[in-house]
Design a protein around this ligand. Structure first.
Ligand code: GTP
Ligand code: NA
Ligand code: MG
Length: 342
């Protein structure tokens, strides 16, 4: 994507919220996958990235004529809502550009919702509130994959009243946590007021709206941050033992280019390790990085991407640290790696 003389990268979006608010289901609905069903106890225990191409979003969201999309897609990161995984939530939050806070409309704000909101404020990350599970409103008529305004217009007076009542409760709770919010299509001050998008992850109402708003708000508020640069910014998400590949690391390439054969410096529990990238793998678009499947091999990868790196010496790599590309003639990235280890 080129905007003037800028090349834009994909916004990185972190999905946050209380356990069982529907974060993974929402992603399943977007991707047409079934990841949630395969999770032990229906609980996410890892952090994982999915690439969503812009053409797919255009297909799902059908933007009105005249709406110009400038970013080339979206990199979405699912996080666990269970209280014991706060480290993964902050890892996701520290590398994302924008967040989605998923709230169960029947429950309102819960403990980890409030925790996430506080962290977002600390990190100064903009977010969209998703008010999920609207299909659980008593008497909801399903309108699969419909824009939410249309779906709401189709409901009975009782459903509309229950919706308004639950929405206003959540708006009040968010206000108590220091955030002004409004239904996104009534929000005319989006620089100051945060958007609410009602959705159902089961029948897909509101999903087109969410995808489109993520792109439009990102490009309207963070052009500078989304500008592609050559220098690599890359964070380790997970370390994995793979039967065929050996120890690999899953990383998020936030900016810049990575190449097969690049020398990189990785922080490990045994100190900085300099190693050579033997292979760069990605899942296919709309597939999650952590779900073992068929990977694509790359000679070169451009941010933003979730990437599996094959290299020697990764066994004790530390999630959450930066991977540094070593340039010929520099100090092997040692000083930066040492700084991170302290
Ligand atoms: P953790 O990752 O464990 O924090 O949970 P989560 O936020 O990812 O929630 P998950 O996707 O696991 O969904 C929890 C439960 O809510 C599952 O049984 C889903 O089927 C259900 N669920 C999610 N979204 C919706 C929705 O929009 N409507 C209804 N009726 N059920 C939903
Ligand atoms: Na769950
Ligand atoms: Mg989940």
């Amino acid at each position: 994507a080129i905007e003037g003389d800028r090349v834009l990268r994909e916004p990185i979006c972190c999905i946050l919220g209380h356990v069982d608010a529907g974060k993974t289901k929402l992603l399943d609905c977007i991707r047409h996958t079934n990841v949630q069903k395969g999770e032990a106890g229906g609980i996410t225990q890892q952090i994982a990235a999915t690439y969503i191409p812009v053409d797919y979003i255009k297909e799902r969201a059908k933007p009105c004529e005249g709406v110009i999309i400038k970013v080339p897609g979206l990199l979405v990161i699912d996080t666990p809502g269970h209280e014991s995984f706060s480290n993964m939530r902050s890892r996701g939050m520290s590398l994302c550009d924008v967040a989605v806070v998923v709230v169960d409309i029947m429950h309102g704000l819960e403990k980890q919702t409030v925790e996430s909101l506080a962290l977002l404020k600390d990190h100064n990350v903009r977010f969209i509130v998703v008010l999920n599970k609207v299909d659980r409103l008593c008497g909801w008529k399903h309108c699969p994959d419909a824009p939410i305004k249309k779906a709401l217009e189709n409901q009975s007076g009782n459903v509309k009243r229950e919706f308004e009542w639950r929405l206003s409760k959540v708006v009040t709770q968010l206000k108590e946590n220091g955030f002004n919010t409004a239904l996104y299509y009534d929000n005319h001050k989006f620089q100051k007021v945060f958007d609410i998008v009602p959705t159902s992850a089961l029948s897909g109402e509101g999903i087109p709206d969410l995808l489109l708003m993520l792109l439009l708000r990102s490009q309207a508020t963070m052009m500078e941050k989304l500008t592609f640069v050559n220098s690599v910014e890359c964070t380790v998400l997970e370390v994995n033992d793979d039967k065929d590949l050996g120890t690999t690391i899953d990383v998020v390439l936030i900016n810049g280019l990575l190449h097969k054969g690049d020398q990189v410096n990785v922080c490990t529990k045994q100190g900085p390790v300099v190693t050579t990238i033997q292979d760069l793998l990605t899942p296919h678009p709309l597939k999650e990085l952590r779900v073992k499947g068929i990977y694509k091999h790359h000679k070169e990868l451009k941010a933003a991407q979730g990437v599996k790196i094959v290299a020697r010496g990764l066994k004790y790599a530390i999630p959450g640290t930066s991977l540094i590309v070593v340039k010929p003639g520099d100090d092997l990235g040692q000083s930066e790696a040492k700084r991170q280890m302290n």
